[in-house]
Design a protein around this ligand. Structure first.
Ligand SMILES: NC(=O)c1ccc[n+]([C@@H]2O[C@H](COP(=O)([O-])OP(=O)(O)OC[C@H]3O[C@@H](n4cnc5c(N)ncnc54)[C@H](OP(=O)(O)O)[C@@H]3O)[C@@H](O)[C@H]2O)c1
Length: 252
């Protein structure tokens, strides 16, 4: 029997990047997966690529109606869920003096409010022994220029995960967090980058990271799936996948 045979998972933001890597590992292991994305083109592309055990739906995590529709779809298609990955997230690189009410709200609506209400909607469907993983960021602590709002939204997400872990403990549902550093994805997690900006950001990341390289979506997926299915005595925890970036290492 394959590793994830019979398992049912929901991933927000799974049409490319880390969520897609998690989906591919689950599907290869025999699971059935509902995954979401915002842009219809990416949804269609993922649908073509992933095959029939992947149910790819267009759903914007910043819209309550879409969250509700995702919950209804998961209830109808799966009934019970083994694993929820709250992965959709965006960063808008902006010095704090350039942040507007609208860009502030956009970041929090996707990364924090959307995450909260998706869990609220899906938690009743998660079976005993199931788990939730959040994708936070190495930016959820400390300070990075241009990332004040993003960092705050991920710090709030980290805090929400602790609250969910405590409240879901009596139901036997574990809640944990992965904390990526610089990971090679189509966006590097930053909305609106041109290809050259993305490449420069990646290069900067390689210099800053103690391991002197960026991580791959597959390396993050391994950590996600470890926490989700193997770490049965772990809840409320955060696992960094950052090449040592957030660990205060002195390497020069
Ligand atoms: N890459 C990094 O270096 C890095 C580092 C630290 C943390 N992170 C975090 O890791 C997570 C995944 O990052 P990634 O780089 O793999 O991202 P990505 O490649 O940009 O993929 C993000 C996924 O989220 C979806 N998405 C974006 N906005 C959405 C919305 N409003 N509603 C629903 N889905 C939405 C995207 O769909 P569409 O593109 O179709 O909209 C895509 O499927 C994010 O939470 C990010 O903040 C990334």
């Amino acid at each position: 029997m394959r590793e994830f045979e019979g398992k049912k998972a929901v991933i927000t933001g799974g049409t490319h990047g880390m969520g897609m890597a998690v989906a591919k590992s689950l599907l290869a292991g025999g699971a059935e997966v509902i995954l979401t994305g915002r842009s219809p083109e990416n949804v269609e592309k993922a649908r073509r690529e992933l095959g029939e055990r992947a149910h790819v739906i267009q759903s914007d995590v910043s819209l309550m109606a879409d969250i509700d529709a995702l919950g209804a779809y998961a209830a109808e298609r799966f009934g019970e869920i083994d694993f929820v990955h709250i992965n959709a997230g965006i960063a808008l690189l902006e010095p704090f003096m350039e942040v507007t009410e609208s860009s502030y709200d956009k970041t929090f609506d996707v990364n924090t409010k959307g995450a909260f209400f998706t869990v609220q909607r899906l938690a009743p469907l998660i079976r005993e022994g199931g788990s939730i993983i959040f994708t936070s960021s190495v930016a959820d602590e400390g300070g990075t220029p241009g990332m004040s709002v993003y960092g705050a939204s991920k710090a709030a997400l980290r805090s929400l995960a602790s609250g969910f872990a405590a409240e879901l403990l009596p139901r036997g549902v574990r809640v944990n967090v992965v904390r990526p550093g610089f990971i090679h994805t189509p966006t590097m997690g930053v909305a609106g980058f041109s290809e050259s900006e993305r490449a420069a950001f990646e290069e900067l990341g390689d210099q800053m990271t103690p391991m002197k390289r960026h991580g791959s979506p597959e390396e993050v997926a391994k950590a996600v799936l470890f926490l989700a299915f193997e770490a049965t005595f772990t809840t409320g925890a955060e696992l960094s996948v950052d090449g040592g970036l957030g660990q205060g290492l002195s390497v020069e």
